[in-house]
Design a protein around this ligand. Structure first.
Ligand code: TYD
Length: 227
């Protein structure tokens, strides 16, 4: 039926919003499938483990190809069939993450090359709506620092009561300049495709964001039902 993705830098709150959107859709009686990227399909979850394992050193090109392999399998095995069955599909990240993280973040290649690879990998599937949770760089840094050990963020104070994750994953070990490039690339994508990507202020309250995402998705569903 429709394909909705949620994007943003690490710590922007997209997983929370994806979960809220899915439960709202279920409450409204929609048949919904929810996936995360990288992951979703069994093979793609294996690839996720490799991609996030900080014991591996993975070069920019193999990293791009591993994210792409995970996505190609997920689209073919899960997303396409669900859409063909008339379901609403919600995905926590999709190919905009590859454009932002591997294209801009790693500086892998010229953006057109990454975009055409993305289209190929997704078999031409384009999200009907992408919600981008955007954060100012200093807020993004603060939130990442809260999730990670202080050693990585020496100058940022971390509240004592905050439960820290033991170790950052491989992607999270990329530095501040990397995350700044990623965030900028997401904003540029939203400016380039305003009909698909809706940029939301990620500093709004969780409830406000959930309300906006739900209203927008409901309108899209109503439009589709009317066509
Ligand atoms: P995710 O599980 O969404 O992490 P988080 O909840 O911390 O945002 O994604 C895992 C990591 O993989 C995250 O650092 C973003 C990265 N990623 C890419 O670099 N490229 C991609 O194409 C995707 C889908 C994710």
């Amino acid at each position: 039926m429709i394909f909705v993705t949620i994007e943003g830098v690490d710590g922007a709150g997209k997983s929370t919003q994806a979960a809220r959107l899915v439960s709202q859709l279920v409450d409204e009686g929609y048949d919904v499938e929810f996936f995360r990227e990288p992951g979703g399909a069994p093979l793609s979850e294996h690839i996720r483990t490799i991609l996030l394992d900080s014991n591996f050193e993975i070069g920019p090109l193999p990293e791009l190809l591993l994210f792409s392999a995970a996505r190609a399998q997920l689209v073919e095995e899960c997303i396409r069939p669900a859409l063909d069955e008339g379901k609403v599909v919600v995905c926590d990240r999709f190919y905009d993450s590859t454009t932002a993280y591997q294209g801009a973040g790693r500086g892998i290649a010229d953006p057109d090359w990454v975009s055409s690879l993305n289209v190929r990998v997704a078999g031409g599937l384009r999200p009907d709506r992408t919600w981008l949770l955007s954060l100012p760089p200093e807020e993004a840094l603060r939130r990442r620092a809260q999730r990670l050990p202080t050693s990585l963020f020496g100058t940022v104070s971390v509240p004592h009561e905050q439960a820290l994750r033991t170790e950052p994953d491989r992607m999270e070990q990329s530095g501040q300049a990397f995350y700044d490039r990623v965030a900028k690339a997401f904003d540029e994508l939203a400016a380039a495709e305003p009909d698909r990507i809706v940029r939301l202020n990620g500093t709004l309250s969780e409830g406000e964001l959930a309300e906006r995402i739900w209203r927008g998705t409901r309108d899209l569903l109503a439009q589709r039902a009317g066509t």
